[in-house]
Ligand binder design. Sequence first.
Ligand code: URA
Length: 192
Amino acid sequence: MGDLRKAAKGCRRCPLWRDATQTVFGEGPEGASVVFVGEQPGDQEDIAGKPFVGPAGKVFDAVLDEAAIDRQKTYVTNAVKHFKFEPRGKRRIHSKPNAGEIQACRWWLDKELALTKPSLVVALGATAAQSLLGKAVPITKMRGQLIEREDGLRIFLTIHPSFILRIRDAEDKEAERGRFLDDMRAVKGLMR
Ligand code: URA
């Protein structure tokens, strides 16, 4: 994985490298049985150079913990390896990667999966699902489902943890967090 990670530092497969600080490559042991795939690094991940270390990562960590999944034993990555944003004053506002950017970056994700050879991949949100399945899927309808790809790879679909952060109503937020925890418990049950 080291060579791949090094090569990804200089990625020019799409224009997103121009404004981002650095490539944020996946992290975790090469033989991990589970790979989690997010959307793209956020503001804090772009600076730290590590996936899921910002606010969404905190939710992710806490829920994994409650589901008794040890993150250190999993491989965590993103469908898109550079932060895409719109500058707004001093802030950088997350902007969704488009189909071309997802497709361009799938090259790296495929290589990460080929090296890791997981028995289960968890798509965190619509962008990850689109990258892994090669087409857009309605994630809120399909979350909780396990899909077997033509190559035999098992893909578990769930929401992105940042979806929970965006819910304003406290009760609704708690309910969605509970559903995400249920999904992570299902993942734990599917781990081999
Ligand atoms: N959101 C993601 O999809 N990935 C990260 O690494 C951080 C936030």
